[in-house]
Design a protein around this ligand. Structure first.
Ligand code: ADP
Ligand code: ZN
Length: 294
């Protein structure tokens, strides 16, 4: 690595924060911190970076939302009205900037993950990709030539309403919309509908068939509005073996050959190359782009 600059990356999540130092997907040091209150979480994170003894030129943060990403706003870089107790109106960006003494760039978690996958992973070499995550929440980030279009407020791709599948009587778990994608197909919706969390339902084919149908509905909407060259589909729920293939199959059926349809669905719907590290590696990519221009 020689004299090449190093950066810190933080994936700030609602249950844990992951912190790493590096300038590429090969991380030099990394750790995980449980998300408690903002003071303790932020200081643990700053301490880790300081104690590493590695000088960093800047820090990238890929954070849970909702975030204020309008650079002209008084609350730029703030977490706004999150239901997570104690975290509403937390100024994540400047608190880390002030205590670490290096500049900080912040983006929404999926925006970071999308950038990392575009730069080094499953989106390499493409101009227009979509990164979607299905985990505790449901979200997506669309990248055109490496840029998101959400600098003035990020989209909420997981809150698009879906059509109820015939056999499904589950009302939906989104407190705002009930039967949006997040309310019907994110991890907590699976647990609420079937009475057990996803990892314990592997043997139940009907669970994953229904899940794949909802995900295919979502992918159809994204394809017809954004015409991506590839969709990278990640998050905890997608770790369910076989699910990605079921989504591909249902998607082909739904598209019925119409529109900017992918000719090769296996290649078109891809798993993230960095798996559960996509957000953390993306945070490093954010810092490099912002503070080094590479
Ligand atoms: P978060 O969204 O909190 O960052 P994850 O992306 O890891 O975290 O998603 C967590 C969700 O994924 C949980 O609801 C969990 O039940 C679900 N999940 C994890 N593994 C599997 C699996 N193998 N099959 C189905 N669901 C899973
Ligand atoms: Zn919703």
């Amino acid at each position: 690595m020689g004299s090449e600059k190093l950066f810190a990356g933080i994936e700030a999540g609602g249950t844990k924060w992951r912190v790493a130092i590096g300038r590429s997907p090969e991380l030099l040091a990394d750790t995980t911190i449980a998300t408690t209150d903002p003071d303790s979480t932020i200081s643990a994170c700053v301490e880790f970076i300081r104690n590493s003894g590695i000088p960093v030129e800047g820090t990238g943060i890929a954070a849970f939302g909702p975030l204020d990403l309008d650079p002209n706003s008084n609350t730029y870089g703030f977490l706004t009205t999150t239901p997570k107790p104690g975290w509403s109106n937390t100024n994540i960006k400047s608190r880390i900037e002030d205590s670490l003494g290096v500049p900080v760039v912040i983006d929404i978690d999926v925006g970071g993950a999308a950038l990392g996958e575009w730069r080094w992973g499953a989106g390499r070499g493409l101009d227009n990709i979509l990164y979607v995550t299905v985990g505790t929440g449901f979200g997506g980030a669309s990248l055109r030539e490496g840029r998101t279009f959400h600098e003035l407020g990020h989209p909420e791709m997981g809150h698009i309403t879906v059509e109820r599948e015939k056999t499904d009587t589950f009302p939906g778990s989104c407190p705002f919309h009930r039967s949006c994608l997040e309310g019907m197909a994110a991890g907590p919706a699976i647990s609420a509908r079937w009475g057990r969390p996803g990892p314990e339902l592997s043997e139940r084919l009907e669970v994953w068939d229904l899940e794949a149908r909802y995900l295919a509905q979502g992918m159809q909407t994204y394809i017809y509005t954004l015409a991506p060259q590839r969709i990278i589909l990640g998050g905890g729920v997608m770790q369910q073996p076989g699910l990605l293939d079921m989504v591909r199959k249902r998607l082909e059926e739904r598209l019925a050959g119409y529109g900017p349809a992918p000719s090769d669905v296996d290649n078109f719907i891809a798993a993230p190359e960095f798996g559960q590290d996509a957000g953390l590696i993306g945070a490093i990519a954010l810092a490099r782009r912002q503070f080094e221009g590479t």
